[in-house]
Unconditional design. Structure first.
Lengths: 114, 114
């Protein structure tokens, strides 16, 4: 399985600011996914990021709030813009298992917005 | 779209006992069903998965069963150990023919008492 790292691992931010989260994979992958996990809750897909194309956002998530970059096959960023306390969550990236149905997850970024 | 229900939300067992977590799904086209274990402060880790052409799969103390007709699948953990304590998530997907999109259940917090 792929080895996935995320930066930062955690952060405390002030409302109204933005934070960019990085996701790095040790091998080339086709699809990368970004999820939000609110405190004590399950995982909700924010968007799918394929290299060379615009990210595809799920219902309830918009590009202005969560812009995503996918400059190459091993890296992606998610920005949480104009943050409010409601954005306090764990943000997780995952990657597809290259020709399989499987997804592998990174360790997550724990965000607290004051 | 797909809807995945997971029960129970919390489960407490004595060390050495078995634990069973059940999930139902709504989309009859779903054909891939992974289970993830999430320990505190970590990302979800894939522990076992099953595809729709198989009714049961086992890996040491962990097994998963699938009933396609009834649209439900279950995780069975035998001889539970304290290190099995975590939150477990089931998920359903139409597989990589549909972009590997995963829909997650609500999660089960398993506590194994020594």
């Amino acid at each position: 399985s792929a080895v996935i790292s995320q930066k930062p691992s955690r952060d405390i931010c002030q409302r109204g600011t933005s934070l960019t989260i990085q996701c790095q994979v040790d091998s080339q992958v086709t699809m990368m996914f970004w999820y939000r996990q609110q405190p004590g809750q399950s995982l909700t897909l924010i968007a799918t990021a394929n290299q060379g194309s615009e990210a595809t956002y799920e219902s309830g998530f918009v590009i202005d709030k969560f812009p995503i970059s996918r400059p190459n096959l091993t890296f992606s960023t998610l920005t949480v813009s104009n943050m409010s306390p409601e954005d306090s969550s764990i943000y997780l990236c995952s990657v597809d298992g290259q020709g399989t149905d499987t997804q592998y997850f990174g360790p997550g970024t724990r965000l607290t917005v004051l | 779209g797909e809807n995945v229900e997971q029960h129970p939300s919390t489960l407490s067992v004595q060390e050495g006992d078995s634990a069973v977590i059940k999930c139902t799904y709504s989309d009859s086209a779903s054909n891939y069903f992974p289970w993830y274990k999430q320990e505190l402060g970590k990302g979800p880790q894939l522990i076992i998965d099953i595809r729709s052409n198989v009714g049961e799969k086992k890996d040491q103390r962990i097994a998963v069963t699938l009933n396609k007709t009834a649209k439900h699948f279950s995780l069975h953990i035998t001889e539970t150990q304290p290190e099995d304590s975590a939150v477990y998530f089931c998920a359903a997907s139409r597989g990589n023919n549909a972009g590997n999109m995963l829909t997650f259940g609500g999660g089960t917090r398993l506590m194994v008492k020594p």
